[in-house]
Design a protein. Structure first.
Length: 146
């Protein structure tokens, strides 16, 4: 299991989570009611993950140290969530762009290689005089009456 999923595994009941986050259990209930935390329900009991506890500490820091109210915290967390989504989307688009760039480079290489096979080197001095090379010579002559 990767580190991100492990931090999101619901392990702690509310009393343990409150102790770990250094808050009162009622504070966790308020955060849940306000939509700031979303603990998982296991047999109708709240279970908090490491990520929930870290989020609670962040909320505490924003409210106590920076003076942000809970509505402001909700906006900040929502913007952070949206930014993370945009970051993931941008990484995905960068991956697609890189794949397209490699594909285009490969196509250009293939086209260049196909032209190399069509070019036949002619030694100097072996070219015919330009009047013998002119494919429209006959058409011009007939118009002028030659």
């Amino acid at each position: 299991m990767d580190r991100k999923r492990a931090s999101e595994e619901p392990l702690y009941v509310i009393s343990v989570a409150a102790r770990l986050a250094d808050v009162h259990p009622q504070t966790l209930r308020i955060y849940e009611r306000k939509g700031l935390l979303a603990p998982v329900r296991v047999r109708n009991r709240r279970r908090y993950s490491e990520a929930d506890i870290e989020r609670c500490k962040l909320i505490q820091g924003l409210t106590q140290e920076m003076g942000v109210n809970l509505a402001g915290v909700k906006m900040i967390l929502d913007m952070e969530r949206r930014m993370e989504g945009m970051r993931r989307r941008m990484q995905s688009l960068e991956g697609e762009l890189e794949a397209m760039r490699r594909e285009m480079e490969e196509r250009v290489r293939e086209v260049r290689e196909s032209f190399r096979n069509d070019i036949v080197p002619i030694p100097r001095g072996e070219l015919m005089h330009s009047r013998y090379n002119d494919p429209f010579r006959g058409m011009r002559a007939s118009r002028r009456g030659e």
